[in-house]
Design a protein around this ligand. Sequence first.
Ligand code: PMP
Length: 371
Amino acid sequence: MDFKNLARDEVLDVKRYIPGKPMAELQRERGLAEVVKLASNENPHGPGQRVLEVLDRSIRELNRYPDDSAYYLHKALSKHLGLDSERIFIANGSVEILYFLAELFVNKGEEIVYAVPSFLAYSIVSQLSLGTGVPVPLGANSRHDLPAMAEAINENTKLVFVCNPNNPTGTYNTESELKDFLDRVPENVLVVVDEAYVEYVDAEDYPRTLEWLEQYPNLILLRTFSKIHSLAGLRVGYSISHPKLVDLLERGRPPFNVNSLSQVAAMAALKEEERVEWIRKENSLGRDYITKKFCEMGCEVLPSQTNFVFAFLPLDSKEIFESLLDRGVIIRPMESFGGRENAVRISVGLEYENNRLMHVLKELIQTKSRS
Ligand code: PMP
């Protein structure tokens, strides 16, 4: 049987994402006492007490389907954001919304503009869509080149993805840069600003996009509970946009796509404001520590507004990755970054994890430079 002909050509074009091995497997294989995972931009802190309690109660009702309308989570988010709940669309992780947008909005011959390197899902959903992806390289200081992205928009463009702050670089575009860009985008082009890391940002000139929704009906903001809210394992994210866009997304989603545990956990997580503030501070300290250590080691490091740090090391990144793995630390080696093979992305961990990483890394770099 010719399995290849079963799927649309677009499916065959997609390079499969190769996830890392489960931690327990890695530990067993390499005989490691402990593994420190700093590879997936996760929150190193588990969910808070409120979340744990509500999950404990809700787990007993798993025989029931979830509330398909996620009524109470809509209400809670609406209050939290100070926005009409009609503007909110909730999904099984914010990445699901990227899939919906590409599938439901993009016709044959239409184009999707996004930056590279940026979150990989933009290129994957573009490939899977009926349209074509138009990657635009990052510009100066490894930030989105918004003028170049505006230039890339033509009469075929349907969607634009802007990751702010950007994954994997941790860099951001300012309020005035993003506003200038939005002013140049025609109204029939949807601009998705992916703000997965928004809660970690402390830059004063970071765009306050929630205030722009009236002015730009083509603006879609993406947010997630996977990062500062510690719920990556449950899969829950949302978008904020014009209610008419929400209506279209609602028509296209599968029923019950947001499970019942996600709904109650997300609501509880919104109430843990003090905890979020504490995590934000802890993350800033860890981010500053890693950045400072890289600077001390003479490595080029990008200024980060997220829960990860992007750096260029004096060694090949794949080699560093393997050597760190042998020592029980997992980081993300970046594929050729602007022709450079020495870039890594490191998620901010707990204090002892960050210390361990920098200690091992320093040793490795010293050993390699001596040999
Ligand atoms: N957007 C960006 C920029 C991300 O880095 C991630 C997670 N790595 C996501 C979206 C996906 O988040 P979620 O867990 O909500 O699907």
